[in-house]
Design a protein around this ligand. Structure first.
Ligand SMILES: CC(C)(COP(=O)(O)OP(=O)(O)OC[C@H]1O[C@@H](n2cnc3c(N)ncnc32)[C@H](O)[C@@H]1OP(=O)(O)O)[C@@H](O)C(=O)NCCC(=O)NCCS
Length: 167
């Protein structure tokens, strides 16, 4: 039982709240371009369908008072990197600054390691994303590298910060 939120499976009935919260440029600006903007009802339905179809289940809703207000998930790496996973997350803007993502990240990190026998989970926030770097640090992730000029977002070349949690 977490204090600030629940981390639970995505439900088909979450589409409206997902659409409401995900259609936000401040969220899109800090995620990969695979995250759509503007975010449509079709995007919300397709996302929930795809995460629900995936086995094993690796992407979960962050819920407050049972409303889905964010997402946290990991991608298991293949082949010789199968002891590693990349983790990612976002939270609806009205809920920022309450410690919700930190708590969800700690819970999912523990779950991913325990369920999949991982030795390493990593994340790659953009260098300008100080809030996300702080969340990772609070969850026990350690900065390993600054990947200089490794990504382009919104037409701007940026560094990425490589953080990892080692089991
Ligand atoms: C980044 C994000 C997930 C943080 O979620 P959150 O629930 O607000 O995070 P928490 O409340 O657990 O912690 C945020 C921490 O960052 C700090 N922080 C936030 N913005 C900051 C800023 N601009 N400068 C310095 N610190 C900042 C907060 O003070 C807090 O640290 P503290 O507890 O030491 O005071 C959320 O803002 C978000 O969804 N952003 C858009 C998507 C995104 O960036 N996803 C991650 C991609 S790598």
């Amino acid at each position: 039982m977490l204090k600030t939120c629940d981390v639970r499976s995505w439900r088909t009935s979450d589409a409206d709240s997902l659409l409401r919260h995900a259609n936000n440029r401040n969220i899109w600006l800090n995620l990969r371009d695979a995250f759509p903007h503007p975010y449509t009802k079709h995007d919300a339905r397709a996302y929930i369908r795809s995460v629900r179809e995936r086995t094993p289940e690796t992407t979960f809703a962050i819920a407050v008072d049972d409303e889905a207000v964010g997402s946290v998930g990991f991608v298991l790496r293949p082949d010789v990197e199968r002891v590693s996973a990349e983790i990612g997350y976002w939270l609806a803007e009205p809920f920022w600054g309450r410690g919700i993502t930190t708590e969800a990240l700690i819970a999912l990190t523990k779950y991913a390691i325990g369920t999949h026998g991982l030795t390493r989970i990593y994340a790659l926030p953009f260098a300008w994303n100080v809030g996300s770097c702080r969340v990772l640090e609070k969850a026990g992730y350690v900065l390993e590298a600054r990947l200089r000029r490794s990504a382009i977002k919104d037409g701007q070349i940026t560094d990425q910060m490589q953080y990892a949690y080692i089991a």
